[in-house]
Each structure stands twice: as structure tokens, then as C-alpha cells.
Design a protein around this ligand. Structure first.
Ligand code: ADP
Length: 473
């Protein structure tokens, strides 16, 4: 629900009478009550003839307006109920127009167009709502015909290729600091965008235009000068209709500032990605990964970790929409293997799951599922023996290791072998790349244990910075 993913969870639950009187039953939890606090909607079906209605309500709730999670509770008593097949079929309904178009008001479109026309340094930010909306052609036309630089949030990468000349990805800091008018398309001004204020956004005044299906999202962190409430397909189509002969591309100076900053940053990064050190560091390993994805832009990239996430997000270019799945809005670890299984089953495309060793530990046992269904998943573990880094000392003394480090030299590749998949240990970028290419070619479940220097890696999240007495690094 936090990610605005439409998902319906159907679950059995214990006898209502016993749960409500708290008389002690097998798994007695009041699941509906728990779900209500976290989901977009939660429903219970008590009679077999209501299953159709329950499903219809669940589908509409999940996909209409801002998408979200729905819980459907089926208590024990329902399971024993009997209905004739014909009556049963009749009780099901077809959900018509489950996610109706939401057209923006003409006045809201005018407001946004006026702001964009007056901008000297406009910027478009595409979020995962834009990817979810599947309005790819409208979005591409809007970006290209308006000439405005764009910045993708992590799961919007690939909506337009990261190599697109208008991408400001490699000039993110400059783009955010210097822009004067920012158009948000399916992206919230939450922590991932520093709440729209503070150092990240520089000290020049900003005006925000926000496209979102959820009216309450507007003004959630800063003032939104031009709220554009509607579904992204309809809103962007309305904006496209206004990009006519009178439209002027953004000032060349702004476009050039972004372009030169981007090129300088890419040139600075290039030698790090080509380094052939043994053991590898994050950059040299991710340099190899970047090339594999470039060759197979149809592959789905799953990504979780600390350094592994932070760095892969920036380094690995995406070329097609909805090919990147990561930790999402809350940065939750443990999603990787579930996403990898689902992506492989749903799409049939090769899946590459790039995991930190710590992140993999949250759901690593799913390698058994991957092998059981023989899924074309290649897991790459960037293994530096710990959380952030593997060389931390136990500051409390004693013989226990630091709570931040894992077993040294762990052979994650052997976990995959235990279930009949392919396990590879890779010490060099070339070995890593070869193992991944073979995994994609063979479509066999594969786990590559990529050995990363345990001194590589930094604390992500800047927790130390919260300590007022900590030394500045
Ligand atoms: P990111 O993390 O990529 O910045 P967010 O999850 O913060 O993106 O924002 C996604 C936004 O997109 C949510 O506010 C959601 O309401 C909105 N959204 C999702 N689907 C649509 C749609 N079809 N049309 C308009 N807005 C949408």
C-alpha cells in the first residue's frame, strides 16, 4: 500500500465466534483488524454467495484511484458452505471499468502550462506512479516535445532510457538544486526527494507542479503551485495537446548546464567502473553488471542492499520501462527474492537480482523456490562480509565479532548448488560477467557469489551524522 502497488491478499482465518470472544483458537489473530491499519481496504466474506461481491470490491479498491493493497478475509465457517454450481457462477460479477480514467480539469492544465512556459530552468521528475500508469508513449512524447530535462526516480528508470539525451540522471544534484519549476509525475515529495526542501533543493525558489491521482497528496510537504489531479495517461495527454507551435524549448543555457555536468560526472565515474582489482570493489563489480544489462535490456533487475542498492541505482542504466524492482518507498529489505520469483513467473524474462549479502539473508531461502520451479533467475550477491563493510571491529571487546559483520568468506553459491542450481564464485569482473551471461543464456537458476573487498563500502543512510559528537568523515 505504501508503494501504491495494487495487490490483493486472500487469507483464511479462524472461527469468528472464537476470535471475537478471545476463547483461544489455532492462529486466533484478528487479521481483519490488523490489516485495516495497513491496507487501502480490508473486507470479510461470511457467506459463499458473497464471494463474487467480495472479489469485486477487492479488485476495485486495489486498482482504482491511488492503487494499494487489499486484504480479503475468508473465515473458517465459509469453507464448509455449499452452493450449486449454477448459482455460484451467477454470483460472480464482471468488474466493469475498474480503474476509470480521471481527467484533469482544464483550469488545472492551464495553471501547469503557464508555470512551465514561464520557467527558465524546468525539470520533470518521473516516479514509479508514472511507470505504473503505462502511459509510456504519452510520457515520451511530452518529454521530447517539451524539451525539458527529466530525472527518473529509481523504479521509473527505463521509462525513457537512462542514456536519453534529456536524462538528467547523472546531474541529479545540480538539477534539483538549480531548477526553478519542477513537474512531478507520479512521484511524491517524501524522504526520497528530501521532502521538497532543504539542502538538496538549494536556496533558489522553486515552484512545483504535481501530477497525481490522489488529491490529498498535494501540499503534503511543500506548497504545490499547480496541482494536476488525474490519472497520468489523461493528464499527460492533456499537456501534450498544449505543446503546439507556440511552445518554446527551455533556455539553451539550462539544457547545456545539465548536459555538461552530466558528461563530467559520467567521465569521472568511467575509470572506476573499468577497474580490474582483485578483490573487486562495488564499482568494478557494478561496471560488469552495467554491461550485462546493456546487452539484455529486456531482463528484469531486482535490487536491494545498502551500498549495493545506492550504487547500482546510479550505475546501472535501464533502457525499458518497468524493468527495475527495488526496495521501494520505505527501503524495505527482504523483498528481493519474492520480487525475483514473481517477475520470472509473470514475465518469463530473465531476472537478475543484485543483492547485498545482508539483504539476501532476509529471504535467501527462496533459492529453493527458484530451483523448484526452475526459474530463469540469476542472483548476484555483492559479498563484502558484512553490513556496509566487513572489516568492522567489535568495539565492546571480547571474542564476538562486530554485530555488523558476517561469517568471513561465506559461500552463498553453495546454497544454490544444494538445490540443484548453478553456483559460481566470482573474484574478477570478467568472471562475474561470464557467469551472468551463461545464466541468462541457459536460463538456469544461478547464484554468483561476487567477492567484494571487505573494506569497500560506506555506511549508507548517514546515521553517524545524527550523532552531534561524531567526527566529520
Ligand atoms: P517514487 O518512489 O518513484 O518517487 P512514489 O511512490 O512516491 O514514487 O509516488 C507514486 C505516486 O504515483 C503516488 O502518489 C500515486 O498516487 C501516484 N500514482 C500511481 N498511479 C497513478 C496513476 N495511474 N495516475 C496518477 N498518479 C498515479
Amino acid at each position: 500500500t505504501t508503494n501504491c502497488f495494487p495487490m490483493i491478499l486472500i487469507s483464511g482465518s479462524s472461527e469468528r465466534e472464537i476470535v471475537d470472544l478471545q476463547q483461544g483458537d489455532y492462529e486466533e489473530m484478528d487479521q481483519l483488524a490488523v490489516a485495516k491499519t495497513m491496507c487501502k481496504a480490508a473486507y470479510r466474506v461470511l457467506h459463499a454467495q458473497d464471494i463474487g461481491i467480495g472479489l469485486a470490491r477487492a479488485i476495485r479498491s486495489a486498482v482504482s484511484g491511488r492503487p494499494g493493497g487489499v486484504y480479503l478475509d475468508l473465515p473458517a465457517k465459509l469453507f464448509g458452505q455449499v452452493m450449486g454450481a449454477e448459482a455460484g457462477a451467477k454470483s460472480l460479477l464482471k468488474v466493469i471499468d475498474a480503474a476509470p480514467a480521471q481527467i484533469p480539469s482544464p483550469a488545472a492544465v492551464d495553471r501547469a502550462i503557464d508555470l512551465l512556459k514561464g520557467a527558465k530552468k524546468p525539470l520533470i521528475i518521473l516516479g514509479k506512479g508514472a511507470a505504473y500508469a503505462q502511459a509510456d508513449e504519452e510520457i515520451r512524447a511530452f518529454v521530447e516535445n517539451s524539451g525539458i530535462p527529466f530525472l527518473p526516480m529509481s523504479m521509473a528508470k527505463g521509462l525513457l532510457p537512462d542514456t536519453h539525451p534529456q536524462s538528467a540522471g547523472a546531474a541529479r544534484s545540480t538539477a534539483l538544486k538549480d531548477a526553478d519549476v519542477v513537474l512531478l509525475v507520479g512521484a511524491r515529495l517524501n524522504w526520497l526527494l528530501s521532502h521538497g526542501k532543504g539542502k538538496t533543493w538549494g536556496d533558489k525558489p522553486k515552484q512545483f507542479i504535481q501530477v497525481d491521482i490522489e488529491p490529498r497528496e498535494m501540499d503534503s510537504n511543500v506548497e504545490i503551485k499547480a496541482p494536476l489531479v488525474g490519472d497520468i495517461g489523461s493528464v499527460i495527454a492533456a499537456l501534450n495537446a498544449r505543446i503546439d507551435g507556440s511552445w518554446q524549448a527551455p533556455p539553451a543555457e539550462w539544457v547545456e548546464t545539465i548536459r555538461s555536468k552530466k558528461e563530467a560526472n559520467i567521465a569521472k565515474m568511467a575509470p572506476k567502473l573499468l577497474k580490474n582489482s582483485v578483490p573487486m570493489d562495488f564499482h568494478s563489480a557494478l561496471g560488469a553488471l552495467k554491461n550485462v544489462i546493456k546487452e539484455r535490456p529486456d531482463a528484469i533487475l531486482v535490487n536491494e542492499g545498502a551500498n549495493t542498492l545506492d550504487l547500482a541505482r546510479g550505475i546501472i542504466d535501464m533502457y525499458q520501462p518497468r524493468k527495475r524492482l527495488d526496495v521501494g518507498t520505505w527501503g524495505v529489505m527482504g523483498i528481493g527474492m519474492g520480487f525475483a520469483v514473481a517477475a520470472a513467473v509473470e514475465s518469463g524474462q530473465p531476472v537478475i537480482a543484485v543483492e547485498g549479502d545482508s539483504a539476501f539473508g532476509f529471504s535467501g531461502m527462496e533459492v529453493e523456490t527458484i530451483c523448484r520451479y526452475n526459474l530463469p533467475v540469476c542472483i548476484v550477491i555483492l559479498n563484502n562480509n558484512g553490513v556496509y563493510r566487513g572489516d568492522e571491529k567489535n568495539l565492546a571487546g571480547g571474542t564476538d565479532p562486530s554485530p555488523m559483520v558476517f561469517v568471513k568468506g561465506a559461500r552463498y553459491d553453495r546454497m544454490m548448488e544444494a538445490f540443484g542450481g548453478v553456483g559460481v564464485q566470482a573474484s574478477t569482473p570478467a568472471q562475474l560477467r561470464a557467469a551472468m551471461e551463461e545464466a541468462i543464456r541457459s536460463r538456469r537458476p544461478t547464484l554468483v557469489n561476487a567477492i567484494i573487498d571487505e573494506g569497500a563500502g560506506t555506511e549508507s543512510g548517514r546515521i553517524t551524522a545524527l550523532n552531534p559528537t561524531a567526527k566529520k568523515k
